[in-house]
Design a protein around this ligand. Structure first.
Ligand code: NDP
Length: 391
């Protein structure tokens, strides 16, 4: 069996750590080597991962932490780099696979660099498709690598979407847990803190995606991600609340059949599938116990309590750069919520306000246009937050 090589962008995060666990499991049956690892602030863990895997290059996105990282791997021979140029160097190093697991828009440039050089990409970072959509897909195509979704919903759809039956594809149904506030009124959500909002009932994830799950902005991003990934009209993308998070998503066909992928809520299944495609690996993850599970529940999403779903539809309807605008404004509003400057409910209002201000942007023809729209949306979101704080 020939050796496979992999780089993990965002190795210190929730997906990154699960990826290294999966790699360790896979390497028991096949030769697999880690080429480069990247992180940001968690230097201790990053250095430990680099030492354990024997990576050739380790990178912190934070230039100020370069010295700390260099000291932490001193004597190992592991090359150290920092900042955006370091992230891009990691992405451009020769490896068969790149796991794209940096959180937020910060992941776009490095993942794009990996796509352009033709790496196979396991895509956890949904922001690449939300912000850059077809341009990102075009870069993957031009590079010649494969793109396999890791986001559990998209990975599920990827598993059950029969490519030779695309003509019979009627709809895709994204499941959503509903997050910690599924049954809460708007009044109850008005004063929640970030610590409460990131307490997800089923999945163990990074802080930002956990809060995005509570506001359902995570589902909004996933709707836009699915639109690009599966080239499907927005009207054919449904969202259903499924509190147990056992069905990870479904595909409906013209004969009335619905195919679903089920599993325990553990990202290692999706990661393992993405890294092993087209084969299924053997993974040590919890198995579903149907008798114990007993039931699966569903309910329609409430777009009044969770406006993010409506905003995703609006963004897809308007097209052009609205995905980039929605995502950038959301990231700024989310950071402001984490800092205690913005309330939980204000986040959607700020995003909608910025989307309205930038509703007429022309379709993106270059990545520069994506980055410009992203920057302008951030500026307008900050302005709106400052105005609210001053009022
Ligand atoms: P985490 O917050 O747990 O980890 C994020 C990773 O990105 C860490 O390695 C972090 O470094 C690094 N990072 C943070 N800021 C920067 C920056 N400015 N530049 C470069 N690297 C940075 O996130 P998750 O693992 O939860 O999520 C990663 C991506 O995967 C997100 O896009 C998320 O939406 C997506 N995803 C996550 C799922 C999950 O279950 N967690 C499920 C589906 C998709 P450090 O920790 O060292 O600071």
């Amino acid at each position: 069996m020939s050796e496979r090589t992999i780089t993990v962008l965002g190795s210190t995060g929730s997906i990154g750590r699960s990826t290294l666990d999966v790699i360790e499991q896979l390497s028991k049956v096949e030769p697999i080597r880690v080429v480069a690892l990247t992180g940001n602030g968690n230097i201790g863990l990053l250095a430990e991962q680099a030492r354990a895997t024997g990576a050739q290059l380790v990178v912190t996105a934070d230039e100020k932490r370069y010295g700390d990282l260099r000291d932490a791997v001193a004597g190992t021979g592991i090359k150290v780099a920092a900042g955006l140029s370091g992230l891009i160097e990691a992405a451009e190093m020769q490896s068969d696979w790149v796991m794209a697991a940096i959180v937020g828009t910060a992941g776009l440039r490095p993942t794009l660099a990996a796509a352009r050089r033709g790496a196979n990409i396991a895509l956890a970072n949904k922001e690449c498709l939300v912000s850059a959509g077809d341009l990102f897909l075009a870069a993957v195509k031009a590079g010649g690598g494969r793109l396999i979704p890791v986001d559990s919903e998209h990975n599920a759809i990827f598993q059950v979407l029969e490519q030779d039956q695309r003509h019979a594809l009627e709809r895709i149904v994204l499941t959503a847990s509903g997050g910690p506030f599924r049954t809460w009124s708007r009044e109850q959500m008005a004063n929640v803190t970030a610590a409460v909002a990131c307490n997800h009932p089923n999945w163990s994830m990074g802080m930002k995606i956990s809060i995005d799950s509570a506001s359902m902005f995570n589902k909004a991003l996933e709707m836009i991600e699915a639109r690009h990934l599966f080239d499907i009209a927005p009207a054919r993308i449904e969202v259903i609340i499924h509190p147990q998070s056992v069905i990870h998503s479904m595909v409906g066909y013209t004969d009335g059949s619905v195919l679903a992928q089920l599993g325990c809520p553990d990202m290692r299944t999706a990661i393992g599938y993405a890294l092993s495609h087209p084969l299924r690996p053997t993974l040590s993850v919890e198995r579903l116990d149907f008798a114990r599970l007993a039931r699966l529940d569903f309910e329609a999403p409430d777009e009044v309590r969770f406006p993010a779903i409506r905003l995703a539809r609006l963004a897809m309807e308007r097209g052009a750069l609205q995905g980039a605008v929605l995502n950038a404004a959301k990231e700024v509003a989310l950071e402001s919520f984490i800092d205690g400057r913005t309330t939980f409910l204000d986040m959607a209002e700020i995003v909608e306000h910025v989307m309205d201000l930038l509703a007429e942007l022309p379709a993106a023809t270059s990545m520069d246009a994506v980055f410009a729209a992203d920057a302008e949306a951030r500026r307008l979101a900050r302005e709106a937050i400052d105005r609210r704080a001053a009022a």
